[in-house]
Design a protein. Structure first.
Length: 469
């Protein structure tokens, strides 16, 4: 009887444990993608980007003589329907670690097993399963550096090859039409602009890794902090949808290190930050919804999304150039440089004293590399409420940071049009993306800071100290 291969955030054919196991079982394989309630609630940019990835996977499967069956509905109901229609005896998938997905998957697995079916989950989204990495005294790592030291020399299995063929069923069940799902509908304006900044699919991801290793990893340590420089891998977008496996990236990093490119170690370390995020979410699911350090629950954050400061932050008109450039970069490209992410998160939570959840939600709407675990860890790290977080007194100064990391203002010029005679095309593309109701034009005067860097810093430190930190 056929095996249903339930694709989720593992949208590739190479180095795919679940798919390879399904093929090896020697039964027909029916690849499925389900638009369920977790898909429905995705933010605008992640949903659109997911749609592009699903289409690309469908094409790859077609090239192999297989198909991707698309269905919409509650995951368990859809799977049971497909089982009834096809006589499938098993469902395979790759594990995920955020609490919402785990809740759904546990329910699905339990129910299918009760139905007498085989329901099996496989590794693939991480290098190290969260229950396999423990501190010397037992328990999971709450601090990054010791975790890195404990895993860096671990054996990571070689990447699996892409199956040469995928056995097909005698007849295919019906499939939805992707167009009808309208996955870019929430983008309103600018879906095409956003799409032009995406690098979609397994082949593109693989090229991206190759180009990064060939051209950029040797100077990664210096360049990775410069937002105007193309110095990082850009692979977060592909890793989050599983268009490339983390172990393929890991092995490429190790090979570069052995080839004498010492900076590759820092790239490997970044991959372990990603692992750290999943491990934390697995062991302490509350990280995605509430303060990881619970004593932060009494901190008097602003939680009102309607505040003028919040609006200015989202719209990239705080009057603080580094913040505004980064917020606009995200709105147009669906990505934000890591330095930018740290600066805008620090500014929102410290200078503006706003709850990190406001930022978390906005990122979840705008990022094409949105990942529930990395996003939550990043925000709580920035706010100070998370594990191994930046201490409260480390308030990034967005003005001096600009002098340090964007000395010639190339990043600012790339994203801010106001006040320049010849704005860059990228800065102007912002106005093609934003809702007309924001009422912004390139001819506006660039705003004065809504909260100047020094005033905000003092206000933040006072607020923290008042709480007895
Ligand atoms: P590279 O520098 O090339 O790094 C290689 C890979 O390592 C990345 O692709 C990514 O998978 C991983 N990585 C690097 N830095 C981190 C990190 N700090 N945490 C976790 N993984 C990391 N990353 C996301 O993938 N999705 C998010 O939703 C996300 N939200 C963030 C929110 C905030 C407030 C902050 C401070 C960081 C967030 N990050 C998130 C982490 C980081 O900014 C991005 O992973 C990175 O900028 C991606 O660019 P890159 O692929 O070129 O990274």
């Amino acid at each position: 009887s056929p095996i249903l291969m339930w694709f989720r955030r593992d949208l590739r054919l190479g180095d795919h444990e679940a798919l390879s196991a399904a093929v090896a079982a020697g039964h027909p394989v029916i690849p499925v993608f389900i638009y369920d309630e977790l898909t429905e609630t995705l933010g605008a940019a992640p949903k659109m980007r997911l749609g592009l990835s699903v289409s690309d996977l469908a094409k790859s499967l077609q090239e192999k003589g297989s198909r991707l069956i698309l269905r919409r509905g509650e995951a368990l109901t859809v799977l049971r329907d497909l089982i009834a229609e096809t006589g499938a005896g098993a469902v395979y998938w790759s594990r995920m670690y955020d609490p919402q997905t785990r809740e759904r998957d546990t329910k699905v697995k339990t129910a299918l097993k009760e139905d007498g079916l085989e329901a099996e989950s496989f590794t693939g989204h991480v290098l190290f399963e969260p229950w396999t990495v423990e501190t010397k005294t037992g328990g999971f790592y709450k601090v990054y550096t010791p975790m890195w030291k404990s895993v860096r020399d671990n054996d990571v299995p070689d990447a699996l090859p892409t199956p040469a063929t995928i056995p097909v069923p005698d007849s295919w069940p019906a499939s939805d039409d992707m167009e009808e799902w309208q996955m870019s509908a929430a983008m309103q304006r600018g879906a095409d602009i956003l799409a032009s900044h995406c690098t979609v699919g397994e082949t593109a991801a693989s090229h991206r890794l190759g180009a990064f290793i060939a051209n950029h990893v040797a100077n990664y340590v210096k360049n990775r902090d410069l937002p105007a420089v193309d110095g990082t891998s850009g692979l977060s977008e592909n890793l989050t949808y599983g268009e490339i496996s983390p172990r393929k990236c890991w092995h490429a990093g190790w090979r570069a290190l052995h080839d004498g490119k010492g900076d590759a170690e820092t790239f490997l370390k970044e991959l372990v930050w990603r692992e750290f995020a999943y491990h934390l979410a697995y062991h302490t699911p509350r990280i995605t919804t509430g303060n990881w350090k619970e004593d932060w629950d009494s901190f008097p954050w602003n939680t009102d999304e309607r505040l003028a400061e919040v609006k200015a932050w989202k719209q990239g008109r705080t009057g603080i150039r580094f913040v505004d450039a980064a917020m606009r970069e995200m709105y147009v490209t669906g990505r934000m440089h890591n330095r930018g992410r740290m600066i805008v998160a620090s500014y929102l939570t410290k200078h503006l004293l706003c709850h990190w959840k406001i930022g978390l939600d906005w990122f979840a709407d705008c990022l094409i590399d949105w990942d529930p675990c990395s996003n939550a860890m990043g925000w709580q790290w920035s706010a100070g409420s998370g594990p191994d977080a930046t201490p409260y007194f480390r308030v990034f100064n967005p003005v001096t940071q600009l002098d340090k990391f964007d000395k010639d203002r190339a990043y600012v010029k790339k994203w801010i049009a106001e006040g320049t005679k010849t704005p860059s095309a990228t800065a102007l593309s912002y106005y093609d993306m934003i809702p007309l109701s924001w009422g912004m034009t390139a001819q506006d005067r660039y705003p004065d800071p809504i909260v100047p860097a020094d005033v905000g810093r003092k206000r933040a430190l006072d607020a923290y100290q008042d709480r007895g930190f």
